[in-house]
Design a protein around this ligand. Structure first.
Ligand SMILES: *[C@@H]1O[C@H](CO)[C@@H](O)[C@H](O)[C@H]1NC(C)=O
Ligand SMILES: *[C@@H]1O[C@H](CO)[C@@H](O)[C@H](O)[C@H]1NC(C)=O
Ligand SMILES: *[C@@H]1O[C@H](CO)[C@@H](O)[C@H](O)[C@H]1NC(C)=O
Ligand SMILES: *[C@@H]1O[C@H](CO)[C@@H](O)[C@H](O)[C@H]1NC(C)=O
Length: 365
């Protein structure tokens, strides 16, 4: 978990927030997330009819199929996860062929609702470029993503919203951050790196597409990616995003079977950090995917998709671990002096001034 400044959160926990470190369990974070989700819809299942009625579902299927074709996927031997169970492997046994109806392949409605304050991980770096291709020179399994952002209160896509994505490279290192748990801590040039981070604006269907690499692992968290929304974000003249308000954050995960397969690849197997297997999740935060190429070879990469829900009536503010400036990266040591354990500092959270009131604590956390 992270250092959380909010009085609300301290009250929810019934104790002063404590400094956490890798290896510590994430139960508090999971409890906070559960609490927030208990106050409102925790998935988009109630939107299924609206999606059909507005043709959103049909457009989604077409868009995903088109993207796979663009990526050189032959649509032969697509290998898709099945069985949307949270507790078991999603590995699919079914092989899809060229003539498989795209409706069958891409109809998955996997989704989760992002929370305003708690599921954020460390290493959020403010000031990233608005761009779709974020791999730079990193080597890894290409991961092409299609995200759709939906307002849980109206079931409508949210257009012109900026979505931020960041993940570690194949050996589990974040760019833009320095910490004993992030690669070689003495390599201060990592602060200036920007790989596998970016921000993009949703289109009329609430969609953004990113091309990143499949993440490696690092201590204490299962293999994941971070996503965050900037509901009213306005880019700077140099096309970077600095917005810290109305941020909804979440982590997306992958099937353990699939992670195991990726970790057998040379590049990923060089990672010497400790490994955490999949966490116990309360929502289906697993990216749905197909492998690309004309045979199942992970090196060809994959195409993944996911729907993200947010409730835009809550407004919170996030603090960054570091900033990316023209002259290079800069650690935000002011953030609660977390520099003792994490030179980069953990991001911290406080309810935004203005906006809707924070959710009221209830019993049964
Ligand atoms: C991940 O990034 C770190 C820092 O730049 C670098 O030392 C490491 O070699 C990278 N891993 C791979 C697989 O390139
Ligand atoms: C999570 O890990 C457990 C234990 O290895 C495994 O049984 C289960 O299938 C995994 N779940 C997913 C979604 O991969
Ligand atoms: C982009 O613009 C902001 C605000 O003007 C500035 O602080 C930042 O250093 C610039 N970033 C880059 C990478 O040039
Ligand atoms: C959230 O609150 C901040 C500070 O009052 C304000 O600048 C921002 O526009 C608000 N965002 C939304 C989406 O209401």
């Amino acid at each position: 978990m992270h250092i959380i400044t909010s009085v609300l959160v301290a009250a929810l926990l019934g104790q002063a927030p404590v400094l956490a470190h890798p290896g510590e369990d994430l139960r508090h974070e999971a409890n906070l997330r559960r609490h927030y989700l208990s106050l409102q819809a925790n998935n988009l299942d109630h939107c299924a009819e609206a999606f059909e009625a507005e043709g959103l579902h049909r457009r989604t299927i077409n868009r995903r199929a088109t993207r796979v074709a663009e990526l050189g996927g032959s649509l032969d031997n697509l290998y898709r996860r099945q069985a949307p169970k949270i507790t078991s492997s999603h590995k699919g046994s079914q092989g899809y062929k060229l003539d498989t109806d795209p409706k069958v392949v891409f109809a998955g409605n996997n989704n989760c609702v992002l929370t305003p304050e708690v599921t954020e991980g460390p290493f959020f770096v403010q000031g990233q470029d608005i761009r779709g291709t974020i791999v730079e020179k990193e080597i890894g399994v290409p991961l092409h993503l299609d995200f759709q952002l939906i307002d849980v209160t109206t079931c409508k896509p949210l257009k012109d919203v900026y979505i931020e994505l960041w993940n570690v490279n194949a050996t589990g290192v974040y760019s833009g951050a320095i910490s004993p748990v992030n690669g070689i801590a003495s390599d201060t040039s990592n602060l200036d790196r920007t790989f596998l981070r970016s921000v993009q604006k949703t289109d009329a269907n609430g969609v953004v597409q990113f091309s990143t690499n499949f993440p490696g692992y690092y201590a204490s968290r299962a293999t994941h990616m971070h996503v965050m929304t900037h509901l009213n974000g306005v880019p700077k003249a140099n096309n970077t995003m600095w917005d810290l308000s109305a941020t909804y954050a979440g982590q997306l995960f992958f099937d353990q079977d699939f992670i195991n397969a990726i970790e057998k690849l040379d590049l990923y197997s060089k990672n010497r950090q400790s490994k955490t297997k999949n966490e116990t999740l309360t929502a289906d935060s697993y990216v749905e995917y197909v492998t690309l190429g004309d045979k199942v070879d992970l090196n060809n990469g994959l195409f993944g998709w996911y729907r993200l829900g947010v409730n835009p009536t809550y407004n919170w503010t996030i603090m960054a671990a570091a900033q990316r400036l023209k002259e290079g990266g800069k650690i935000k040591t002011g953030n609660l002096g977390a520099g003792v354990l994490f030179l980069g500092g953990f991001p911290t959270y406080a309810p935004g001034a203005g906006g809707a009131p924070a959710p009221k604590p209830t019993k049964g956390l």
